[in-house]
Design a protein around this ligand. Structure first.
Ligand code: 5AD
Ligand code: SF4
Length: 390
């Protein structure tokens, strides 16, 4: 993933390590795929003579042909284009999985000024709903109980596919698949969050009460420079509406500190927003310039120590909030999807609530994949502990 920091270095050192494989086995094939491949392309082949191929995320479905070509003696293949539409259906793994990820769209049209995604993942493309529904149906038949729908911006699903279902309608169809217990999705953009989608939380039986809605910054001046297309006030209104429809909804978000020009007062507004919303989880990042983005042309003027202090302040505030919210659940009974035995204590079992909190529980055995009711006794920093209710 090339969204943050410098993953290229990691890619180079991994290829360096795999080089030894070729010394033992001259037929070994080494390739790089994903966003670093997209970003650097041919440059990677020039820099690493042992590398055999480079495939961008829009070309990954050509892997079988690439491997055949390599066996035929071709070397140095580099494919980093984007074809129209989403790549045809990738093979679904054969091992049954309780929780499965299903890509519904790829790419992004938003061009937030700091973000490399539109250039490494291309423009928005959505898969046909018939294909998505068939894939989920096949997964459920093999034992999947929970699906997580993936896309850079799932709210604008099928924006370029006339006559296709909207995202809330797609959710409604998925909700009807027999045997599927839970549906989640990520990621959403606040500017594309519609009333219809918010209302889905009040009507769809299997839609988990969990929403990941990145806000990135609490100051309107910074949001504007980020090209996010909403204000702090509009974001807070979206949160209020979600909570009106689903009062228990768990809300998580992404936020950045140290964006070019972010002064103390901007950061104070970010902290205040976090305090006001009381997120159930927060992913906070230090801004880093990414090549080719608009903000990379601006001076990265926030000192590393200031970025670090701001990150630490946010994380501390969030730790307190998470613990407070977990404690509030003490005494309640939660529906838990059982995943297996608990990591720390083999006599306990582990599962997750609809809000995605980890629950370790005792009081008898439950089958993996079963939905059980658990009375919560302890709200801890990173998990809940409780007892099975039969
Ligand atoms: N620097 C730091 N964080 C970034 N993100 C995206 N681009 C950058 C960047 N240049 C963060 C955003 C996004 C998450 C996936 O990564 O918060 O939501
Ligand atoms: Fe990047 Fe998300 Fe903005 Fe798209 S919406 S440009 S993926 S931050």
């Amino acid at each position: 993933c090339t969204v943050r920091e410098k993953p290229e270095q990691k890619a180079y050192s991994i290829v360096g390590r795999y080089q030894q494989l070729k010394e033992h086995n001259p037929d070994a094939i080494i390739g790089i795929t994903g966003c670093v491949a997209q970003q650097r392309g041919e440059e990677l082949l020039a820099r690493m003579p042992t590398l055999d191929f480079v495939l961008g995320p829009g070309m990954i479905h050509h892997l079988p042909e690439v491997l055949r070509d390599m066996e035929g003696g071709r070397k140095g293949i580099c494919a980093v284009g984007f074809e129209n539409g989403c790549p045809a259906h990738l093979p679904v793994p054969h091992t049954p999985r309780l929780r499965a990820y299903v890509t519904i769209m790829q790419g992004c049209d938003n061009f937030c000024s700091y973000c490399i995604v539109p250039s490494v993942r291309g423009r928005e493309r959505s898969r046909p709903s018939s294909e998505i529904l068939a894939e989920i149906d096949a997964l459920v038949r093999r034992g999947t109980k929970e699906v997580i729908l993936l896309g850079q911006n799932v709210n604008s699903y099928a924006k370029h596919n006339p006559g296709e279902l909207t995202f809330p309608r797609l959710l409604a169809k998925i909700d009807e698949i027999p045997g599927l217990e839970r549906v989640r999705f990520t990621t959403s953009h606040p500017k594309d969050l519609t009333k219809e989608l918010i209302e889905a939380f009040g009507t769809l039986e299997h839609l988990c009460e969990h929403f990941h809605l990145p806000f990135q910054a609490g100051s309107n001046a910074v949001l504007e420079r980020m090209n996010r297309g909403y204000t702090r006030e509009q974001y807070l209104t979206q949160i209020r509406r979600l909570r009106e429809v689903a009062p228990q909804i768990s809300i998580t978000a992404d936020v950045m500190v140290g964006f070019p020009g972010e002064v103390d007062d901007d950061f104070r507004q970010t902290l205040e927003l976090v305090q006001e919303v009381e997120f159930d989880g927060l992913f906070s990042f230090k801004y880093s310039p990414r090549q080719g983005t608009r903000s990379a042309q601006w001076q990265d003027d926030c000192a590393p120590e200031v970025k670090q202090q701001r990150l630490a302040a946010l994380q501390e505030l969030q730790r307190e909030t998470t613990l407070k919210k977990n404690k509030r659940l003490e005494g309640t009974v939660q529906e838990v999807l059982v995943e297996g035995s608990s990591r720390n204590s083999p006599r306990m079992m582990m599962g997750r609530t609809g809000c995605n909190r980890i629950v370790n529980f005792s009081g008898g055995t439950a089958r993996v994949g079963e939905l059980v009711m658990v009375k919560i006794d302890d709200g801890l920093q990173n998990s809940l502990r409780g007892e099975l209710r039969r």
